[in-house]
Design a binder for this molecule. Sequence first.
Ligand code: ADP
Ligand code: MG
Length: 685
Amino acid sequence: MPEASPATASKPKSAPQKAMEKMGLLRDIDLALHLPLRYEDETRITPIAQAEEGETVQCEGLVTESRIELRGRRQLLVRIADDSGESLLLRFLHFYPSHQKTLGVGQRLRVRGELRGGFFGREMVHPSFRAVDEDTPLAQSLTPVYPSSASLPQAYLRKAVAAGLRRASLEELLPPGSVPPQLPPLREALNFLHHPPPQARLNTLEDHSHPAWQRLKFEELLAQQLSQLQAQRERARLKAPALRAARGGLHEKLLAALPFGLTAAQQRVGEEIAQDLARPQPMHRLLQGDVGAGKTVVAALAAAVAIDAGWQCALMAPTEILAEQHFRKLVGWLEPLGLTVAWLTGSVKGKARQKMLDAAASGEAQLVIGTHAVIEDKVRFRKLGLAIIDEQHRFGVAQRLALRKKLASQALEPHLLMMSATPIPRTLAMTYFADLDVSTIDELPPGRTPIVTKVFADGKRGNVIQKIVDEVAKGAQVYWVCPLIEESETLDLKNATETHAELSLALPGRMVGLLHGRMPPGEKAAAMSLFSGGQMSVLVATTVIEVGVDVPNASLMVIEHAERFGLSQLHQLRGRVGRGAVASVCVLLYTGPLSPTGKDRLRAMAETNDGFEIARRDLDIRGPGEFMGSRQSGAELLRFADLQEDAPLLQAARRLAPLLLDRHPQAARAQVERWLGGKAEFLKA
Ligand code: ADP
Ligand code: MG
């Protein structure tokens, strides 16, 4: 239970209290761990004569003049003077009548603000101020400025944090000798960071290189490593059905029926998955492989093993189009072998839906393919043995958990196979995904011609359209991807509609289709099937085609406003071409001028087709958030530590975590609780 502060217990909550809750500042320890962004120096008084223009300073003096100026904008003007022989004008554009009294002549004021040179001499506009006596003490430490929000005043937050810091139990949890020696004890580090002494070196505080900051980062990394380790060990205690491929069974039959042989990489990852399935603990494996690497068939083979052993399998994809593609492909492979495949998405309604639900609940449907609909409450499986999630980063933690809970029996959990074309960078694999086994398909099926990527300014649009006309005349199929305008789906649509009209005009007698997110699922499916059937020459689409769509004959893709997409997203999109034997081209159109990073990004796309390399560059440019996907919703990214910069601390935390968990399990639990509180649950999914 969080230690609720007395104020939050029963009285109606004030706006600042609500704002604090929203920021996750619930427990004393949360407040103690809410660290300053920067500091203000209120520990000294600068004589007015010595203050320099542009500097933020604290001065003190007696009010010599106080009046309301009525000409122009109504304002309160207050002049103070000190022993340095200079005076300072304070200018208040917003004020209450009571201010005239507080700021009356003869009053001693301590003010803080930015000094400006004005027409009337030195002045400060809206300084912070307070009435003081000659012996009012100065602040003994730097004044912290905390991350806050509009409805949460700094003064309120400062008090709350100081109180939280006093009350929080900050006893040392880590056994002596386990913390890197240069780091101070936690309590000391926190006291220092919240209230640094006047002589503290501000730069090491603000760039987080100070040992006190290092201690905090170490603590955070340790908690994160511990929670991963705990999750791993808990999972090892869970039971799952042991699934083995039978000799002469479905697995072999499917392999024999495929129109191609597996690549060495597909065989290897297939073997890794088979070994997991054969164990009585639930698999928790990520299958990563570049776009077009052939992950689907590996998943189908795993499904065959599960089904052959008498269990059901569920396959969940993030979009209806992708789910439908899987459905067609797997039906094509599996129904000839006598299997029943059910189809469940939001658009399956009424009787058809009931039939699917019944088939899943009775076990008649051996494989259920669909979208988020698969994890709805109403969906029951009789014997779910394997859950497969395609494009896993598109799903939330809660959704993954829900899928795992679909197995009616409480004693067993299904095996979980996740697939992604966005590889996890090594640093993240070591930290956030330490609890995940990873299989990698590092080779494309043979016979693919690499995609050539070209970057053009939008001025070349006419030439690009001519190129499309030429290619279509030779029988090629073309994707034209329209930009994503986040603020406005309507604008998105307008753009796509206009391009559709433009291309229709340029290609008389050819079918030019349109596909966007707002179309009813039936129409989307119809457009997709005309395109994959080859009747449609050009498909103008918003990013709905981003994931997984597989039309081998498509050999040209144009991406408009390419500068608006992330690198990984561009790579995913580009992967829709180059799926067959024909040489493919991807044209990135940009509307300039481009920023330097914008240029770098597009250049990176033209330079490499390697998704892993692109992911590395993306990580450099954008930081790790992108890869975390839905994990962010359950547990924020590291607040203080940086995986790259703090690699030595990460190493130390990784070494300490298993020792702590084995020898001091109580301390390990307390450490996770301290840092993650209720969030730890989410890290397990
Ligand atoms: P992704 O890994 O992006 O999901 P897919 O599973 O959609 O890729 O596979 C891309 C295409 O390659 C599909 O048409 C698939 O049937 C085909 N494919 C998969 N494996 C092989 C292989 N070993 N040889 C030839 N083609 C393959
Ligand atoms: Mg795929």
